[in-house]
Ligand binder design. Structure first.
Ligand SMILES: C[S@@+](CC[C@H](N)C(=O)[O-])C[C@H]1O[C@@H](n2cnc3c(N)ncnc32)[C@H](O)[C@@H]1O
Length: 233
């Protein structure tokens, strides 16, 4: 599959949706939850605020946000693919008191007003966008002045480093074989391909500044395997 092809990416996540959460837990040894928790703590969403979870998938982050935004606040979870959103909706139905809404839409062209959000999160989404720079510009548009956002994704460690060698080996020797048991080998092979075209940390910082953010800071996590881009509007 060609990274950057929006229709193919949507199809990929529709097909992967039923196994997505289980594979995520297995392949990261549950650590994706800790990295997401770290991002939420750092961004410190407060009761009463309006937040977005962009590329929300099956909605784990949106639900975590919604629990923190009560009373008075709320979160909109946006994803391009219908199947993960359907799982997100089933999850939120188990906690109907949570202020969360799901919207099928494109993170590059959000059906949201300018400056409507106090904050936003995007986990493992930016890398999947056809144009990450345009995604950051759209994110800037929907954040109010003074708003903040966290974007968690795989990091691209400098080539030749131990982290880069480990990451490539892990993606090829563990991720793809494990995913193939769920019939998703090609879907997860796409991960390495998408990472190849993903800007590294310093380039992400520059893209965010070019998109109009006042400040941008990219921090490697998990020994450089993951990265957290934090931006301030
Ligand atoms: C790797 S998943 C991450 C899901 C979730 N945020 C998580 O951390 O588990 C990437 C998600 O981005 C969504 N996506 C990809 N391109 C998108 C776009 N242009 N607009 C909105 N969502 C998109 C996919 O459908 C998929 O659900």
């Amino acid at each position: 599959m060609k990274p950057g092809d929006a229709e193919a990416v949507e199809q990929l996540f529709n097909e992967a949706a039923p196994s997505y959460d289980r594979l995520n837990d297995w392949l990261s040894f549950g650590l994706h939850r800790q990295w997401k928790r770290q991002m939420v703590l750092q961004l410190a969403p407060r009761p009463g605020e309006q937040w977005l979870d962009l590329c929300c998938g099956t909605g784990d982050l949106a639900l975590a946000l919604a629990r923190r935004l009560r009373p008075g606040g709320g979160v909109v979870g946006v994803d391009a693919a219908a199947a993960p959103l359907a799982i997100a909706a089933q999850r939120s139905a188990r906690e109907p008191w949570l202020p969360v809404h799901w919207q099928q839409g494109d993170a590059l062209n959000l059906e949201l007003q300018d400056a409507c959000a106090d904050g936003a999160l995007m986990a493992y989404g930016l890398r999947n966008l056809a144009d990450p720079a345009a995604g950051l510009r759209e994110l800037r548009r929907v954040l109010r002045e003074g708003g903040r956002a966290g974007l968690l994704d795989f990091n691209r460690p400098p080539s030749g480093t131990a982290a880069a060698v480990f990451q490539r080996t892990y993606l090829r020797r563990v991720v793809v074989p494990v995913a193939s048991r769920a019939g998703l080998a090609e879907h997860y092979a796409y991960l390495e391909a998408s990472l190849m075209r993903f800007p590294d940390g310093p380039a992400q910082q520059q893209l965010a500044l070019d998109a109009g953010f006042r400040e941008a800071c990219h921090c490697p996590l998990a020994g450089g395997l993951m990265g957290l881009l934090t931006v301030w509007a």
